[in-house]
Ligand binder design. Structure first.
Ligand code: NAP
Length: 251
């Protein structure tokens, strides 16, 4: 998919950070963008800024009925569902496992893991019926490496990485392209929350060490093209210099 004109891209967590940058990037390339998040004011403002090719839908991705309704509304408005980006996620509550709040821990799983499953569950029948579609899920180094205070985040991202593998296994035969993207560290509100926690090595990083959200957006545009097909079913690491070079990203 090198031409995004008329294509519909559904982006969760579009109210700020990586999701908002991704919405702008795809919209500038001609795509219809569906902006999903809980903060309706922020997504309405972004949609107004982008124009009539943007649709804002307030939605809590930890509720399956919300996600299914949002996807139906997207198809009703734009007549297709070409790309789903499972981007919404939370880092809080950062806490040692032994003293963590079981309810809050579970809420992070509801968003970071079940939210990704809900996105795939709602999108796959639509895409399989169309015989095409791309599903990208934002992963993290934390999916594969434990970090102190992040048991909820690491466990949810590890589970989401397995969902990418599972969706690829079941969807590739029907024409679906399913991939994960591990962006490295990105200058967003999430990194501010990590910094404020003072827990583990990531919180000690300098702001300048983080890449801009637009880089992650550009990576996802590339992941929608056939040039990235060798990575179907896998996770792409944006820290990898050879990947950055292929996308045309330079520091
Ligand atoms: P961010 O600026 O905090 O944005 C998070 C987004 O997720 C917001 O738009 C938020 O919108 C949305 N969200 C959270 N809970 C939601 C819910 N229940 N329903 C719908 N939307 C929800 O963080 P970010 O850095 O852009 O993070 C985006 C993704 O990248 C996350 O999956 C994160 O884990 C991943 N990631 C980030 C980094 C990094 O260094 N920043 C590194 C690796 C991976 P509302 O609050 O308005 O709902």
């Amino acid at each position: 998919m090198d031409d995004f004109n008329g294509k519909t891209v559904f982006i969760t967590g579009a109210s700020r950070g990586i999701g908002a940058a991704t919405a702008r990037e795809f919209a500038e390339s001609g795509a219809n963008v569906v902006l999903v998040a809980r903060s309706s004011a922020a997504i309405n403002e972004l949609a107004a800024d982008i124009g009539p090719t943007a649709l804002a839908i307030a939605c809590d991705i930890s509720q399956y009925a919300d996600v299914e309704a949002a996807m139906s509304a997207a198809v009703a408005k734009f007549d297709s569902l070409d790309v789903v980006i499972n981007n919404a996620g939370v880092i809080e509550p950062i806490s040692a496992l032994a003293t963590s709040d079981p309810v809050a821990w579970g809420q992070a799983i509801d968003i970071n893991l079940k939210g990704v499953y809900y996105g795939m569950r709602a999108a796959m029948p639509i895409m399989q019926a169309a015989g095409r579609g791309t599903i990208i899920t934002i992963s993290s180094g934390a999916a594969h490496n434990a970090l102190e205070g992040w048991s909820h985040y690491c466990a949810s991202k590890a589970g989401a990485a397995m969902l990418t593998t599972s969706a690829h296994l079941e969807g590739a035969g029907a024409g679906l392209r399913v991939m994960g993207l591990s962006p490295g560290t990105v200058a967003t509100k999430m990194q501010r929350e990590i910094k404020a926690s003072g827990i583990n090595a990531v919180s000690l990083m300098e702001w300048e060490d983080h890449i801009p959200p637009s880089w992650v957006a550009k990576a996802m545009m590339w992941m929608c093209t056939a040039d990235s097909d060798e990575f179907l079913g896998q996770e792409i690491a944006l820290r990898d210099e050879s990947i950055r070079a292929r996308i045309g990203l330079t520091a």
